[in-house]
Design a protein around this ligand. Structure first.
Ligand code: AOF
Ligand code: ZN
Length: 336
């Protein structure tokens, strides 16, 4: 095995560790392995804000660290945040070489690679960089752009409707698609719906079963000013609920960003979806299309202010698959 392959192998081990961290935490998921004389000496991962960073956890687990190499999926931090700087911990432990996956996009914490080099440590960057970045896709996006990544999930008939003329909508898609939505809810920090949807459907907006890919429940966000019955399921005690009366997506996203949420799942209805699309605040669409026709009833999205085909909101299809009897399409913003 070449030394480049060896580096990749250790970085893959660090990535596997990182993936054990909490997916919707305010902090990124980070893994670290310490290797000495070609042998694993210690390993650790970040378990969420306020706990040890991955490097500190790995150093703690390791025996002798002098002269060893540390493989970290994210550039070691150079700041004192909720915990101390990892660069100083690595230096104090006598680490001779640090191999980094992704660069830290957070300007407050960045600069670790340079700091280590300046102190005489050999630093190699960019090993499995794409995978290390992808692991924290929405966190990286939020840090760079200054607002959460927004996934709009929709479930509609073949003719693009979300309910029949009489308002009934249970169920358009099959059980398989609905189970996938619960998986998705487990992976995000927050779920938003409009007040009209709460009044019409009384959704619980929880991720079920409660112990899915994560045990935590996403924050429920209700947007709009229709009055909601205090007995509505969104106000039950299974999770916290935030009410925002403004329909302005940037107000909603700013609130969520300040709370450290980096991934928002938008679940409708048509008015809220239209507001986000018009404000160019939808980054990804996950569309479940059922083999069902209604011929009447509300469309999946409200008025977008589009009068002519040249002005259509166009999207890039990134994947298509079958889930039970339904189709799942994933789309991203079209780059012009
Ligand atoms: C690392 N190793 O395991 C993580 C890092 O407030 P703090 O102290 O928890 O710092 C959070 C920031 O530190 C976070 O935004 C990111 O830039 C970096 N995360 N850095 O060296 C880790 N989780
Ligand atoms: Zn750190």
């Amino acid at each position: 095995m070449t030394s480049a392959q060896q580096d990749q192998q250790w970085m893959r081990a660090a990535l596997t560790l990182a993936a054990r961290g909490p997916v919707a935490d305010v902090n990124p998921r980070v893994g670290c392995v310490i290797v000495r004389d070609g042998e694993l000496a210690g390993e650790g991962f970040h378990q969420g804000a306020g706990t040890d960073h991955a490097e500190v956890a790995a150093l703690r687990a390791a025996g002798t660290t002098r002269g060893a190499t540390a493989y970290v999926t994210l550039e070691p931090c150079a700041h004192t945040g909720r915990t101390g700087p990892c660069t100083e911990a690595l230096l104090a432990a006598g680490i001779a070489r640090v191999v980094i996956g992704a660069t830290d996009p957070n300007p407050i914490a960045a600069g670790g690679a340079d700091r280590l080099r300046a102190a005489g440590v050999r630093v190699d960057e960019g090993v499995l960089a794409a995978e290390c970045t992808e692991l924290n896709r929405t966190w990286t996006y939020a840090v760079r752009v200054g607002r959460p990544f927004v996934t709009w999930k929709l479930a509609a008939t073949l003719d693009g409707r979300v309910a029949a003329r009489d308002g009934s909508s249970r169920w358009i898609t099959g059980a398989g698609a609905r189970a996938e939505v619960h998986e998705l809810r487990h992976r995000v920090g927050a779920i938003a719906v409009g007040t009209a949807t709460v009044v019409a459907d009384d959704p619980a907006l929880t991720a079920r079963p409660a112990s899915g890919p994560s045990d935590r429940q996403p924050l429920r966000v209700v947007v709009g000013n229709r009055e909601i019955d205090s007995a509505a399921k969104v106000f039950d005690d299974s999770s916290e609920t935030l009410q925002v009366s403004s329909h302005d997506p940037s107000v909603v996203l700013t609130h969520l960003h300040e709370r450290g949420i980096h991934h928002l799942l938008l679940e409708g209805g048509p008015t809220l979806a239209a507001a986000f699309v018009r404000a160019d605040c939808v980054d990804e669409i996950v569309a479940y299309v059922a083999p069902v026709l209604l011929g009447a009833g509300p469309a999946v999205v409200g008025d977008l202010g589009i009068d002519t085909i040249d002005a259509a909101s166009r999207w890039q299809l990134t994947s298509v698959s079958q889930v039970g009897d339904d189709a799942r399409l994933t789309l991203r913003r079209k780059e012009n």
